[in-house]
Design a protein around this ligand. Structure first.
Ligand code: GRF
Length: 192
């Protein structure tokens, strides 16, 4: 059974998609920890409702960087985590953890990387940029996280059409549906 740690910052619908896939037995994996930098993230509530240990870890709570990194690392080690999943996580993982878990960290991004990645490209900004560029397609990407963060090896990508009357919100909703489908598929790639 693959032990997962899922990092979130917001609503956690991608987390919920993983919870449901694990619960149904479709995904031979178990979420052992949910970690959020945002104590108000509804995703923490989703974890609690699913009986999964939820942790609020942020640099505000742990201003000392060494304590911050050690606290996060201890959870990952104690839970024997095999795969770290960033699902709407708005912070950069500490480089020590990116190195320690190299090849075992994936992230879901709401666009067809390498387009619309990098600084400032998160959430609704991505969909706004796609519409402003007049692109006919968008989509979602799951990629490995390496030291360059969102330039890691692409694992799965899936396209959606951009409609002429799309708003950033309507496109975001269409992309999010695809995210929920490809994230469990990406996790499955790590199951021996
Ligand atoms: C998703 O669009 C994800 O691609 C982006 O942030 C959003 C997270 O949504 N990184 P949720 O918290 O999983 O609902």
């Amino acid at each position: 059974m693959l032990n997962l740690a899922v990092f979130i910052s917001g609503g956690g619908t991608n987390l919920q998609s993983l919870i449901d896939s694990c619960r149904s037995g479709k995904l031979k994996a178990e979420i052992k920890a949910v970690i959020s930098n945002n104590s108000k993230a509804f995703g923490l509530e989703r974890a609690r409702q699913a009986g999964i240990e939820a942790f609020h870890i942020s640099q505000v709570v742990y201003p000392d960087n060494a304590v911050y990194i050690n606290t996060m690392t201890k959870i990952l080690e104690d839970k024997n985590i095999d795969l770290i999943v960033l699902a709407g996580y708005m912070k950069l993982l500490p480089i020590d953890i990116v190195r320690k878990y190299s090849g075992m960290i994936i992230n879901i991004h709401p666009a067809l990387l390498p387009k619309y990645g990098g600084k400032g490209m998160y959430g609704i900004n991505v969909h706004k940029a796609v519409i402003d560029a007049g692109d006919k397609f968008s989509g979602a990407t799951v990629h490995l996280v390496d030291e360059k963060y969102d330039q890691g090896k692409i694992l799965i990508q899936r396209q959606v059409p951009v409609m002429a009357d799309d708003t950033p919100e309507s496109l975001a909703a269409r992309v999010l549906e695809i995210e929920h489908q490809i994230l469990p598929l990406a996790v499955e790639l790590f199951i021996k």
